[in-house]
Design a protein around this ligand. Structure first.
Ligand SMILES: *Cc1c(COP(=O)(O)O)cnc(C)c1O
Length: 368
């Protein structure tokens, strides 16, 4: 055995997802790995029907309710299949009239729209595809369909780095939102939505869990014919997310992250910190002679910050040198190129400050 204790060396991880998690949470999970609080086993090895696990999932739900101020007439479901499975579950469960309106502001919204087309009449009532999804369209007076079962948005566009700063006027229709990449990044008024959902691997936990917050009246047996048992919200709501084996370990980590956020001061505090971090990066981009942001200013995301130099070779050089300096996963999405820094809740402010320092140095070295 090596007598020397191994130095743990962590990078600044700007991945869009799976993404950085709070170090404190990882350490706690490591400490509990072999023996979870005197049970003599890991949470991974535990029956999901055990008392110990029952407490983990109930506490996770209670903490999330607390953080988001979720009213009693909303259910919280811990599911699997990723955000992508919700693209089908939403129409299967909600399309009573077989009509739904979609606002297409990026790849994820587009995929959700395309999936809904399988099940009914999905209308694209607004889009920002004309300018490579670099902005959020004006949604104050859209042609919402009279018989629409819901209006769908992707609230934060992970790939393009845009965010809805005001929710669309749905003209009384139920709002459904994919919040995968802005979950718990700032306070939300849950009552404005029928369904809020997201994969947790962006801002909350490890891949494998999707959280659905859904208003009770939307959970019914009246779903599209042929909807599998596992894809009915009712199945999971009636069984406290335990109809089958839930993604038990992932939920346990999510629960720890909820507690971590509470300790930071909750969602107001998260928002203040996220605004501070994003401002450091955007202010630099706005003044830079080499780098520029790609998104219309008023629509900028606090979580995902895409930028370019305007020269593909220089972009590649930047990503490579950044990586060597300890800044990982800055390459833009494969469909858009350039760079993207995802600065989720768990990215420390020093990570952003040091990235900007590095960008300044790179700019000085690469501008005549
Ligand atoms: C990552 C992402 C998805 C896809 O999530 P999966 O869990 O991989 O299915 C969907 N929507 C948004 C906004 C995302 O960021």
């Amino acid at each position: 055995m090596d007598e020397e204790e191994k130095e743990v060396s962590r990078v600044y991880n700007f991945s869009a997802g799976p993404a950085v998690l709070p170090e404190e949470v990882l350490k706690e999970a490591a400490e509990e790995m072999l023996d979870y609080r005197g049970t003599g086993m890991s949470v991974m090895e535990m029956s999901h029907r055990s008392k110990a696990y029952e407490a983990i999932i109930r506490e996770a739900e209670a903490d999330l309710r607390d953080l988001m101020n979720i009213p009693d007439n909303y259910r919280v479901l811990f599911l699997q299949g990723g955000a992508s499975q919700q693209f089908a579950m939403i129409p299967m469960n909600l399309m009573k009239n077989k009509v739904a309106d979609y606002i297409v502001t990026g790849q994820w919204a587009k995929k959700a729209y395309q999936e809904a087309c399988i099940y009914g009449k999905a209308n694209k009532i607004a889009s920002s595809e004309d300018q490579t999804f670099s902005y959020i369209p004006d949604c104050s007076d859209l042609p919402v369909s009279e018989d629409a079962d819901y209006v769908y948005i992707c609230e934060n566009n992970t790939i393009y780095g845009t965010k809805f700063k005001t929710l669309p006027n749905t003209k009384g229709k139920t709002l459904v939102a994919d919040v995968s990449s802005c979950f718990l990044s700032e306070p939300v008024d849950v009552t404005r939505y029928g369904v809020i959902y997201g994969g947790v691997q962006k801002n909350i936990g490890p891949a494998g869990v999707v959280i659905v917050i859904i208003r009770e009246d939307l959970i019914t047996e009246d779903v599209l014919p042929g909807t599998p048992t596992m894809l009915k919200y009712k199945t999971h709501a009636d069984n406290g997310s335990m109809y089958n084996t839930p993604p038990a370990y992932g939920i346990y980590i999510c629960g720890k992250v909820f507690k971590w956020i509470k300790k930071q001061g909750g969602l107001e505090a998260m928002k203040a910190l996220n605004e501070k971090k994003a401002a450091i990066l955007y202010d630099f981009l706005d003044g830079s002679r080499l780098f520029k942001g790609t998104v219309r200013k008023e629509d900028r995301s606090l979580m995902n910050v895409p930028f370019v130099t305007g020269d593909e070779e220089l972009d590649a050089k930047f990503v490579k040198e950044a990586r060597a300096a300890g800044f990982e996963n800055l390459k833009g999405h494969r469909t858009v190129g350039g760079m993207r820094a995802s600065i989720y809740n768990a990215m420390p402010i020093e990570g952003v400050e040091k990235l900007v320092e590095f960008m300044k140095k790179f700019e000085a070295e690469n501008m005549e």
